[in-house]
Design a binder for this molecule. Structure first.
Ligand code: 5MM
Length: 340
């Protein structure tokens, strides 16, 4: 029998004030891209060394959970300690990405649906035995000419709901991530409209699948204009429109919302989260579940050299601390400079 109290305890701790989630679940092609950008060879040891340095950084004080990739949840640190144990020792929950990636959606040019439901029950049981307390599944929704279609919104919401129900059946907290991409030249209002559509459909499907919202976390995009849009938005506009869409769509039973960074600059991701928490007045905690906005700085500082490990750990700790402050509305540009 699903232990809803335990699921709620984990989901609530994941969004505890001052803390958020580190998304370190880059799949093989994505970590290759990240390592190429800093001139590092994409070997198993390098992937291990890099992630180990993050998990041993004092920045983990602001990290409530770490999303891992399949390889990482099975990996040991250089001294033989399982990486999962290092995360637990830092007071953080190990989590796992369980989707198998976004694949073309038949008869819907330019659209994708996330796959990975086949065999998921068995994979979840194994991940739980390896120490996972929560999972992540990411749907990808692109905005373009005539897209997204209802078929894309619905297929992805349905898959997210089936995944979430299976997670809870195995006593794992599902993070549901319907990401509306910020690629392209669309306006902030178009992003609002599509995100609203995706979230409404998601919560409808979660209801049909009998998912217990108290034992879930939402990982959405913020409401932002496309990267190529000529009219960019102020921090206040992003915060205000993001809160507005969440209030329209997300039930109060959800303990917390942990945003993805989605290609925003490190500072934008922090400042916008901070602005939302300053406005407040919402039933859920608002925090971060960033990958790029937490890792770009440490990756640059590390550049694959053991001698740079301390500098990389400090860069990670800095971003984790700044986002920790943003999660309680206590960040400021002055603090950012002082602490840097
Ligand atoms: C680490 O990036 C995750 C996706 O990895 P793959 O594309 O390799 O499967 C991604 O889901 C990530 O967890 C979230 O989108 C947050 O990352 P950003 O960089 O958007 O904060």
């Amino acid at each position: 029998m699903t232990d809803l109290a335990e699921l709620n305890r984990v989901a609530t701790a994941m969004v505890a004030p001052g803390r958020g989630v580190l998304a370190a679940d880059e799949s093989a092609p994505t970590i290759l891209k990240r390592f190429e950008a800093i001139g590092v060879e994409n070997t198993e040891d390098n992937r291990r060394d890099y992630r180990e340095l993050l998990f041993r950084s004092k920045g983990m004080a602001n990290i409530s959970g770490v999303i891992l990739f399949d390889e990482t949840i099975r990996q040991n640190a250089k001294d033989g300690t399982p990486l999962v144990k290092i995360i637990e020792a830092a007071g953080s929950f190990p989590g796992i990405k369980v989707d198998k990636g976004a694949k073309p959606l038949p008869f819907s040019p330019g659209e994708v649906v996330t796959e990975g439901l086949d065999g998921l029950r068995e994979r979840l049981a194994e991940y739980r035995s390896l120490g996972a307390k929560f999972c992540k599944w990411r749907a990808v929704i692109e905005i373009g000419d005539g897209i997204p279609s209802y078929n894309c919104i619905h297929a992805n919401a349905h898959a997210l709901a089936r995944y979430a129900a299976l997670c809870q059946d195995q006593d794992l907290v599902p993070i549901v991530e319907p990401e509306v991409l910020m690629d392209g030249g669309h306006s902030i209002d178009r992003c609002y409209e599509v995100t609203e559509f995706a979230l409404k459909e998601l919560y409808r499907e979660l209801y049909y699948a009998r998912v217990k919202l108290e034992g879930t976390a939402l990982k959405p995009n913020m409401i932002v204009p496309g990267k190529k849009c000529e009219e960019q938005a102020s921090v206040e506009e992003v915060a205000e429109k993001t809160l507005r869409v969440l209030k329209q769509c997300v039930p109060a039973a959800v303990p917390g919302v942990a945003f993805l960074s989605g290609g925003q600059s490190d500072l934008d991701a922090t400042a916008r989260l901070n602005a939302m928490n300053k406005i407040g007045g919402v039933p859920w905690k608002l925090t971060f579940s960033y990958s790029r906005a937490l890792q770009a700085a440490p990756q640059k500082a590390w550049a694959g050299k053991a001698d740079n490990s301390a500098a990389a750990q400090a860069a990670f700790a800095h971003r984790a601390a700044m986002n920790g402050l943003a999660s309680i509305g206590k960040w400021s540009p002055e603090l950012e400079k002082q602490a840097a």
